[in-house]
Design a protein around this ligand. Structure first.
Ligand code: Q6P
Ligand code: ZN
Length: 674
């Protein structure tokens, strides 16, 4: 079964209910939320590229997977109520409204999530998104809440477990509100890992629950399987979000090894939203989506939750769906260092979970300054600052994300004639000869004492390939060469001859990296291997040393999430060169995950260099460059203490230069936003 394609589930019927009376708390939840999102997908040609799957009504049995019979029976009566009855019925719940047609829509919303799960689990599609109203993550077993009637995603998780025997479900809730309904549903259940970040402001922000804080980690058997990241300030940015993904969610999610990923995809966490008041730009959702897309063998279902700025909402939905479709992700924009308040939250969450996840085992302890004092402090600030903040949110402007163009060729390979070109890729051989100057430079650098014409042809093909990648005519490349170090050196020399080009070189395994490459500011070299490099690493040559080298999956992933990804985001290269050193010891699936993750950078321009003896992995490398889903890693063991200590020492040394490496807040002071 080949899992390809992206489902889009939408039905206009879900726009056919609205608030019928005056309620300031509910007036933002409007039918246009769905119409603008869908129209944007159509306008950008994305809807057409998706597999359209019809909605269905969730059955009573589906709904009862999460809700009580009494509650279901009560909601069933709402279509027959008078306006007065509806108002009164609504009053028993918080921040929600009923309408004669909302029960019908709520059944379609939950049913849409189930149709999506069916599509993904049967392999009809790889992934997908359901555009639904009413949303779901606040609704509880016996209560509507926060615009939500039935808990669409919670129902979908139980349904997937029951119908498909799915063992582990990851729920990522990137909506800016805490999905307390989802938390309550699964807090004692270790088979469902719930992750939520949310505006919290030390419990001053709706729904103002004590249990939304970082120390609610789950109960009984489910302890450790509930992860809350409270945002205690507004104005969080892309760097804050991506830091949490790199330093909390991704390492834990890879350790958890879900069989299915569900996303509570609310976009009130984006800039311009009147509820969230955050500053992350819509393109960040391309990255959040992309980073999750190789978990669970690619099985990802995104279900709409909040999002109340119609412009920001529509842009964010498009970024998400376009990423699900497999288009290269945009260069990350506005990537600043995480703010102190975000670092405090990061540190608190990592510390609260260190007992439950081996990837966090060595995380720092709670910051000493965190206490109830902060709550008092927030109250005072609220009195003085509130009016201004609200005004600020309304005036936010941001540029429309640029169109994402996919190069005509997704993956091109420079291969010896006797090696077959994998399906879906193009064999690359330059039609034009290398310009004479470059050719003589190459000859001079590498072939002084001989004339290896085959090797020279390979290198000039490689350079021509790099040029096509720069012109965005080709997305990614792979070359099988007789000497990876020589190939790496010539590519770096060639590319960095142009101003404003930056290369991220990732070396997997042992091998000498010529020092003149590493010292170049236009090149950042990260080497993951077992060789104990000289202690003084410069800012642009970063050796991450593992006792057992790249064959140790947990140490390797620790290096990838804790180091490579944050460095890559901060460096923002225009090209990634991934070098597989001979005898690297890296296992196939880790190698493939690495390739998938590196495509977060440089518009997906990744050039992989491998030596001829690694010919057997050409196929799986190409498959990952094409964006095909990768199978899960085998179970990760605890990383070696000495490796973790070495990594932490390196982090300490480098975090002054590379701010996204930070996982702890500075010792002193209050948490001021930027
Ligand atoms: C927010 C209720 C409104 C106060 C108005 C899945 C989506 C949501 C719902 C938020 C309800 N307070 N100033 O629900 O999380 O976005
Ligand atoms: Zn929300």
């Amino acid at each position: 079964m080949t899992m390809t394609g992206t489902a889009l589930i939408y039905d206009e019927e879900m726009t056919k209910y609205k608030l019928l009376w005056v309620d300031p708390a509910c007036k933002i939840e409007v039918p246009e939320r769905l119409t603008v999102s869908h129209e944007a997908l159509v306008k950008n040609g994305l809807a057409d590229r998706c597999v359209s799957i019809p909605v269905r009504e969730a059955t009573d049995a589906d709904i009862l997977l999460v809700h009580s019979e009494e509650y279901l029976e009560a909601v069933k009566k709402t279509p027959y109520m008078t306006l007065e009855d509806l108002k009164e019925f609504t009053l028993q719940y918080g921040d929600v409204y009923f309408h004669p047609n909302i029960y019908h829509c709520a059944k379609l919303a939950a049913g849409a999530a189930l149709q999506l799960v069916d599509g993904v689990m049967t392999g009809k599609v790889r992934n997908g998104m359901a555009l639904v109203r009413p949303p779901g993550h606040h609704s509880m077993r016996s209560a509507a809440n926060g615009f939500c009637v039935f808990n669409n995603v919670a129902i979908a998780a139980r349904y997937a477990k029951q119908k498909y025997g799915v063992q582990r479900v990851l729920i990522v809730d990137w909506d800016i509100h805490h999905g307390q309904g989802v938390q309550y549903c699964f807090e004692d259940d270790p088979s469902v890992l719930y992750f939520s970040w949310h505006r919290y402001e030390h419990q001053k922000f709706w729904p103002q629950l004590r249990e939304s804080d970082y120390d609610s980690v789950g109960k009984e058997k489910g302890i450790g399987f509930n992860i809350n990241v409270p945002w205690n300030k507004v104005g969080m940015e892309n760097g804050d979000y991506l830091s949490v993904f790199c330093h909390i969610l991704l390492p834990v999610a890879y350790e958890f090894r879900p069989d299915l990923v569900l996303v509570c995809a609310g976009f009130d966490s984006a800039i311009g939203d009147p509820e969230g008041e955050m500053c992350a730009t819509p393109d960040v959702f391309a990255h959040l989506t992309h980073l999750l897309m190789n978990l669970a063998g690619g099985k990802l279902c995104a279900v709409l939750e909040g999002g109340y700025n119609l412009t920001s909402l529509a842009q964010s939905v498009c970024q998400t769906v376009q990423t699900l479709l497999g288009d290269p992700v945009p260069r990350p924009t506005n990537l600043n260092s995480p703010c102190i308040s975000a670092l405090e939250s990061l540190q608190c969450v990592r510390s609260a979970h260190k007992a439950y996840w081996s990837c966090l085992k060595h995380a720092a302890d709670l910051p000493t300054s965190i206490s109830t004092k902060c709550i008092k402090l927030a109250t005072e600030e609220e009195k003085t600052g509130k009016g201004e903040e609200e005004k600020g949110a309304e005036e936010k402007v941001w540029p429309e994300p640029p169109k994402r163009v996919t190069p005509p060729v997704r993956c091109a390979l420079v291969l010896p004639d006797d090696v077959a070109c994998p399906d879906g890729c193009e064999r690359f051989s330059s039609s034009e000869d290398l310009d004479p100057l470059s050719a003589s430079k190459l000859r001079e650098s590498f072939f002084k004492d001989g004339n290896d014409s085959a090797a020279l042809t390979t290198l000039s093909n490689l350079i021509a390939l790099t040029e096509k990648m720069e012109k965005n005519e080709i997305c990614s490349g792979l070359a099988l060469v007789c000497d990876v170090t020589m190939a790496m050196t010539s590519v770096v020399q060639h590319v960095t001859a142009f101003p404003s080009k930056r290369i991220l070189v990732v070396c997997v395994g042992e091998g000498n990296v010529p020092s003149h490459i590493a010292k170049d500011r236009e090149t950042l070299v990260v080497q993951i291997g077992s060789v104990e490099a000289e202690e003084q690493s410069c800012k642009y040559y970063i050796p991450v040393c593992l006792k057992k080298g790249c064959s140790d999956s947990s140490g390797f992933m620790q290096a990838v999430f804790g180091f490579l990804l944050p460095l890559g985001y901060e460096y923002d290269p225009s090209l990634v060169v991934l070098v597989r050193m001979p005898d690297s010891g890296v296992c196939d699936s880790m190698w493939q995950h690495l390739i998938g993750l590196l495509q977060s950078f440089a518009l997906g321009h990744t050039l992989v260099l491998m030596q001829e003896e690694d010919k057997p992995c050409v196929g799986l490398t190409a498959s990952s460059l094409l964006g095909h889903p990768v199978s899960s890693l085998e179970q990760l063991q605890s990383p070696l203490t000495e490796d973790v200590e070495a990594i932490e020492r390196l982090r300490h040394r480098l975090q002054a230069d590379w701010k996204l490496l930070q996982t702890t807040a500075p010792e002193t002071g209050r948490s001021d936003k930027h």
